[in-house]
Ligand binder design. Sequence first.
Ligand code: ZN
Ligand code: ZN
Length: 353
Amino acid sequence: MLALKYHQAWNVGLQQVEPLSCIEPDDVVVDIAVCGICGTDVGIITGSYPVAVSGTTLGHETAGVVAEIGSGVTQFQVGDRVVVNPTYFCGHCRMCQIGNPNHCERKFGTEAGVSYDGAFAGQYLAKENLLIKLDDHVSMEEASLTEPLSCTLTGVDKLGITHTNIRAVVAGAGPMGMLYIWALYERGVKAFMVEKNESRMQFAKDNLPPECQLYSDFDTALMQEYGDQSTLIDLCVDTTGQLTEYVFDHLAPGGKLLNVALKDKHASLDIMKIADKSLSVIGSIDSLNNSFERAYAMIRDGVIPVGRLISQTFAFKDYQQAFLIVGCDLTAKAQVPLNTPNCKVLIRISDLK
Ligand SMILES: [Zn+2]
Ligand SMILES: [Zn+2]
């Protein structure tokens, strides 16, 4: 089978590898249908998130069909359509035992698409307890957004939203920003979106929740939304990682800043203000507290229309075109500006439906 292998920054490519088979009793081999491109993949390829292990197959946002089950598997059969939760946890280490399984201490060697072979490949080796059977009406494409939506729900949980009449903003109209604005909307919060890239704006403008506005910069947004650009806001989800200091200075008392960007960037914050204004600066990543199951249920029930966030789907052999859309020119080995309207870009690994 073919697999998209990472070797080092800008050195990735398709190569033939052996088909997979079950090793442990709870193993399940999944024939991959679809795998989405995530910011993590872009970070690994460009070298800005230098955590991946050389030789690993990339990709972790995926759905497919069960091809083989281990001797102890009882919940799945060959042929079942499934979505894969890529976030392994051991259940025994200190992090797992204090409620942080997303930071399991045995992550090294288990992080799908980073240190453990992921799903930009014909097959993926999963664990039974990390699969969900798909309902017939849920497409493989929609199912592949379960993982990023799950990460989004984890972040929204951490915001502890108690009131819907708050001033809320999401920065960055990439897939995570769009999922956040929809997840907030589902909680009754109408946020506005700030995005400066023209291509991202073009796609976002038709796919935001009702009554959520889109702006190309923060000052204009504050002016248009509240009539005054010095208006303080209650909540900001920053998916860009570039706005920490700006947002911090614009938080109302009790305000919260959620950073979900894996960006190598430092910020300087006023400690006195954190205490005096009861501010929160929160980080979030991964799935937690059953968020994966909740995300799947929201997709299944049409609560969040993830299909609308899929901007392009490419065949596996055309992976270079897919990565070009999200700014990775694999031929030139350089990051390029986003210049095609885009949001979530998927790769069709096989024609499994
Ligand atoms: Zn991801
Ligand atoms: Zn653990």
